[in-house]
Design a protein around this ligand. Structure first.
Ligand SMILES: [Zn+2]
Length: 446
């Protein structure tokens, strides 16, 4: 087959560079500028497009490639908005789309305009060769992911549920390749933690600050924060973390391989976790093995010489699949046993989500990677945060974070640039992602 991959690499890099120049910083978002940019490309290639505006200047784009067999669709999803950038701290301006040393620079280069581009180019390549998929493939660009999806995927599900019916979704949050030993290990994001944000309110006896007494709500709160901060919730295995840890452990030499697997056993888990040298990795591993509790907002007291009667602290709690908010409340009460006069309130929750790994679609992702990279191994992964995939999973659609990227040996450095400074992606990664998606779509939908 005569695809000129050098040209494809160049085309993808150019599209991304121009897409980055469209400033879609959220807030305010203004994703319609991004919608129009993508729409222009798609319409030039003869695609019909559907634009769904959720707010002035904010909107979503859907572009269908019609299938022949009426099977439930496959959606290629990404979000148009990006997080703000501290321009003065970047080496190259964040909305320049500059190409330096075969890397495309700018906000959104990693999260996640590059995904939108590889999906788009794979889509265009199929169209140009007259490919007719069996099932509908929908290219979908959504607004507002970075502030929770209220005007993006969340809004689409509320206002256009008929357009959101799908069997599978490809989205952000996975696909990075890590060089581990002799293998290139790629992640496929199959799960995301949920949230259970808490507010703890403590009450006590008011009084004058010059007369200490033992019913000061601030002191109770301080004791509670101390306990919450040093607490490690019990290990909780999920299918995703089990296969993630085992998948990486198998590529290590002894005794590392053995030690790593101990992360999955309650008795050893915490001590092995503490020994992970890279702090970024340690945090990540800790977050996928258990529910986490992080105190973030403290309120109380007005004046130095007044003991207040009430104060509060908010806790950012992240929960694993299968965990209910009531279980978290009970866990907190247990933890704060002995502390009096407080109540726990749930401020906001959203369930964790997980997609299966035992279906034909997941296997095709894996097999395509292996075909294009003989050293490839794919493992499922869990995100400690959330993406738009959660909306789909809650409706029974299997969603996968899968943006295949050229393997790298320093993953933490790459990840630190997501929402950070100097965000960029190599043209090679764009090409690799495009190739994998193109081959995968042909295989799965052909
Ligand atoms: Zn993102």
């Amino acid at each position: 087959m005569g695809l000129d991959w050098d040209k494809v690499r160049e085309e993808a890099a150019q599209i991304l560079s121009d897409y980055i120049k469209v400033d879609t910083t959220n807030p305010p978002g203004k994703e319609m500028a991004g919608v129009r940019y993508l729409q222009g490309i798609l319409e030039r290639e003869g695609f019909p497009t559907i634009v769904l505006e959720s707010q002035p200047d904010r909107g979503n784009l859907i572009c269908p490639m019609k299938g022949t067999d009426g099977l439930s669709p496959l959606i290629l999803l990404h979000h148009i908005d990006v997080v703000p950038a501290e321009a003065e701290k970047w080496m190259h301006p964040p909305y320049s789309g500059l190409v330096v040393n075969r890397e495309i620079w700018g906000r959104g280069a990693q999260d996640c305009k590059s995904l939108g581009v590889i999906e788009l180019v794979a889509f265009l390549l199929l169209k140009r060769e007259g490919f007719r998929p069996k099932r509908d493939i929908l290219y979908m660009a959504a607004a507002d992911e970075e502030t929770g999806g209220k005007w993006g995927v969340g809004w689409l599900f509320q206002n256009h549920p008929e357009m959101m019916k799908a069997e599978y979704v490809i989205n952000e949050g996975g696909g990075v390749g890590m060089i581990i030993g002799k293998r290139n290990v790629y992640t496929c994001q199959t799960a995301e933690k949920g949230i259970c944000w808490l507010k703890l309110t403590f009450r006590g006896k008011p009084g004058h600050g010059s007369v200490p007494h033992d019913d000061n709500c601030i002191e109770k709160m301080a004791r509670a924060i101390e306990r919450i901060s040093s607490y490690r919730s019990p290990l909780r295995r999920t299918l995703t973390t089990e296969n993630f840890i085992k998948g990486i452990a198998e590529e290590q030499n002894f005794p590392r391989s053995f030690l790593m697997k101990q992360l999955l056993y309650p008795f050893f888990s915490k001590s092995v976790e503490k020994r992970i040298p890279d702090p970024g990795l340690r945090g990540m591993v800790g977050a996928i093995l258990r529910n986490t509790f992080v105190p973030t907002v403290v309120q109380g007291g007005q004046k130095t010489n007044v003991i207040p009667s009430e104060c509060s602290c908010q806790v950012d709690c992240r929960i694993l699949p299968g965990v209910e908010p009531e279980m978290i409340k009970a866990e907190v009460r247990n933890l704060l046993f002995g502390i009096k006069d407080y109540e726990v309130e749930i401020l906001q929750t959203s369930a964790a989500s997980e997609s299966p790994t035992d279906n034909a679609f997941y296997r095709i992702l894996e097999n395509t990677l292996k075909r294009l990279d003989p050293k490839a191994k794919m493992i499922p992964a869990m995100l400690s945060g959330a993406t738009d995939s959660r909306f789909f999973r809650s409706k029974g659609t299997a969603a996968y974070g899968f943006q295949p990227m050229a393997p790298m040996d320093n993953l933490s450095e790459y990840l630190s640039r997501v929402h950070g400074h100097d965000e960029r992606i190599s043209a090679e990664s764009l090409l690799f992602g495009t190739r994998v998606l193109y081959e995968m779509l042909k295989d799965f939908c052909g």
